[in-house]
Design a protein around this ligand. Structure first.
Ligand code: ADE
Length: 229
């Protein structure tokens, strides 16, 4: 898989991808992540300006159409993208299901928004999917791009070893994950539930499902609604 990220602050994204599972996935050749600076595509040679005042007089700057168009055009000349994603608080809510879908794609381009947003014509004509990572407003789309990339890359076959399996994640079956414990079996008088020490695989699985259901009912009943199941 290949993920290209277009941003005015690509430096912000260097660290999130240079550790742990994501770094290992890159080293194993499972994914290539390429960062591109939108300013490099500005026609303003002197100041590399990429924003301008909004038509209509509303407050805030808007990212200009031309540098983004030039950047997307240059990248799409090199390869075809399965999705061109724009990160925005008014996009569809990101989810495990979207991460699963995107992890099956070959080439994905993510455009990080900034300021008051980007010229709507880019959204209308070039973007294939608009995604929000939650109902709050970040200063830019870079962190959203990092969150999505992380969630996608860990799902690539070979990115995680068995004991970290993505199949047991919260949300993978519309349930939160059950509680987990490790040694010692007793600390400070706090005991690990007896059943987990029993070695009885079937009973343990039933207990874990029960706990997952209890946790989901209490914290995220929306996941158990008919629409989600
Ligand atoms: N840019 C600013 N806020 C965002 C959000 N919540 N999700 C995605 N991109 C954003």
């Amino acid at each position: 898989m290949r993920i290209d990220i277009l941003s005015v602050l690509p430096e912000l994204l260097e660290s999130p991808f240079s550790h742990s599972i994501i770094q290992r996935a890159i080293n194993k050749g499972l994914v290539e992540i390429h960062l591109h600076n939108i300013r490099d595509y500005s026609s303003d040679q002197r100041h590399h300006r990429v924003d301008d005042y909004a038509f209509g007089g509303n407050a805030g700057m808007v990212m200009q159409i031309e540098p983004i168009f030039n950047a997307i055009e240059a990248l799409t000349k090199e390869r075809q993208y399965d999705e061109i994603i724009y990160t925005s608080p008014d996009g569809e809510p990101f989810s495990q299901s979207i991460a699963n879908q995107l992890s099956l794609k070959g080439n994905v381009l993510i455009l990080c928004g900034h300021y008051k947003g980007i010229d709507q014509r880019i959204r209308d004509h070039l973007i294939t999917r608009e995604i929000s990572i939650g109902d709050y407003v970040l200063t830019g789309g870079e962190l959203a791009a990092a969150v999505m990339t992380d969630a996608i890359v860990r799902l690539l076959p070979g990115a995680m070893n068995d004991e970290q399996s993505a199949l047991t994640d919260s949300f993978q079956d519309h349930l939160l994950a059950p509680p987990v414990y490790t040694r010692p079996a007793e600390f400070n008088g706090w005991k690990v539930p007896e059943i987990l020490l029993s070695g009885h695989e079937k009973k343990i699985a039933e207990w874990q499902l029960q706990k997952a259901l209890e946790r989901t009912k209490k914290l995220r009943p929306d996941l158990l609604s008919d629409d989600n199941l």
